[in-house]
Design a protein. Structure first.
Length: 296
């Protein structure tokens, strides 16, 4: 058996496609409302599809915040431990932050989604709906990225140029299509930011500070959320979309103590959703109404 080079479908997935072609058995992860929804707008469920990758996350980047010995190396004096501000993973200061870690996350999600849509294309599908993304820690700095969804095929003669993907359920996809919008691709934005706990932050978060805003933590959270939303917007635009629907937003904060012998806080923000394109050019979207006859 030859070693797989990482291109194309994995051997086990290719074998599953051969079994699918010979048996014609259709499987789906859709709920009953989801399956009925996609069928109502001209799509038939073809089969459940999956893409995965196990990735070693061995290098996160230099975890410092740019503060050392009372001087913020990002620029400017920060005497008495005032720090150098918030550093995001997509900032210009490449020697600090968590840029390599975020790049690894993008590669993991992107590869899993690409392999999922490639499997759908091998089935002759036009899209994947109800996509579920997950990450599992396998230990020893290894993580598994998985993308699961249900492939659907259009009954129309006009087929999309590439396989679309969406986290939306089948019934929500049906509502979008009836309103003149079509899903393009799953989009996501990820950012990690780090900020030194400077003198002001320590004072505002001390036991005697009372009920007051901690400006440093507000800045950290605001910066990382804004950067994640910006990267989500950029990825959605890269698909040619005119809009996007956010399905989930997440935020995690943890404390670290770097080698510089001081305390920093790290925030990780994620935004996931679906990029959308409009295909209706009229003044109103084509919709169908349900006539209800009272039985009294």
């Amino acid at each position: 058996m030859t070693q797989w080079d990482g291109r194309g479908l994995p051997p086990v997935a290719a074998e599953r496609m051969r079994r699918f072609a010979s048996s014609g058995l259709r499987t789906s992860l859709l709920t009953v409302p989801g399956a009925v929804g996609v069928q109502s707008v001209g799509f038939d469920p073809v089969g459940e599809v999956m893409g995965c990758i196990v990735q070693h996350m061995g290098w996160s980047g230099f975890g410092g915040c740019g503060y050392y010995g009372g001087v913020g190396v990002l620029g400017g004096f920060s005497g008495f431990g005032l720090g150098g501000g918030t550093v995001t993973s997509s900032g210009r200061a490449g020697f600090v932050g968590f840029g390599p870690y975020v790049d690894a996350l993008y590669h993991g999600y992107g590869t899993a989604l690409a392999r999922m849509t490639e499997e759908a294309a091998a089935m002759g599908a036009d899209g994947v709906v109800g996509v579920r993304l997950s990450v599992s820690d396998l230990g020893a700095d290894n993580r598994e990225f998985v993308a699961l969804g249900s492939a659907v095929r259009s009954r129309s003669q006009h087929r999309p140029a590439r396989v679309f993907s969406t986290e939306l359920a089948g019934q929500d996809v049906a509502k979008l299509l009836q309103a003149g919008w079509v899903p393009c691709a799953v989009a996501y934005g990820i950012s990690v930011a780090i900020r030194h706990d400077d003198w002001g932050t320590q004072r505002q978060s001390s036991w005697g500070a009372g009920n007051t805003e901690v400006a440093g933590y507000t800045e950290l959270v605001a910066h990382v959320r804004a950067d994640a939303r910006y990267r989500f917007d950029q990825q959605a635009r890269s698909t040619g979309a005119q809009g996007a629907i956010v399905s989930s937003m997440g935020l995690q904060i943890r404390q670290i103590e770097p080698a510089e012998n001081h305390r920093d806080h790290v925030a990780e923000s994620t935004v996931f959703g679906t990029a959308l394109a409009s295909f209706h050019r009229g003044s109103t979207a084509p919709t169908r109404s349900l006539t209800i006859l009272p039985l009294r």
